[in-house]
Design a protein around this ligand. Sequence first.
Ligand SMILES: [Zn+2]
Length: 169
Amino acid sequence: MIDDLEPVALRDLKALGAPRSWQVDTSLDQLPSLTPVRGSLSAEHKGNVLAVEGELQTIVTLTCDRCLGQFNRKLSCKPSELIWLGKTPPSDFQLRESDQISEPDGLVECLDPRGTFEPRQWAFEQLSLQLPVVNRCGEDCPGPSIPSRQANHADPDPRWQALRELQWE
Ligand SMILES: [Zn+2]
């Protein structure tokens, strides 16, 4: 499949007058994954805003914060986003005047209308948002290895500290 997730000029999207769609089957440099990133995304120029939506999935290999073992995690998302087309974020007045935007809170980004939309970067950002904040390999996590458990002065888990205090009372 042709990997054409290249940046596209916003003025070209405007001239198109219809949604532009991409099939996604690629790997992202910034997000190494076990399987290719697959799915689709589309972007439509609507005057003041760019409406972007997609469906993306992949499997990444993460390192458990606790046992340091590696585990695989499926990432999948169906994001949709309105990106404001302006050099600066819209004013309250512009938001009220724009009939495209019913939920100003959903508008977090803006793009220079003379710039480009980067589908690859967008896909990376959406998948990155799916990454867990804390990596746990699962319920069967064997926990920290023995040596680090014995180093109790540096034990970061407050529950162990509470246990120790109980034992010494
Ligand atoms: Zn683990």
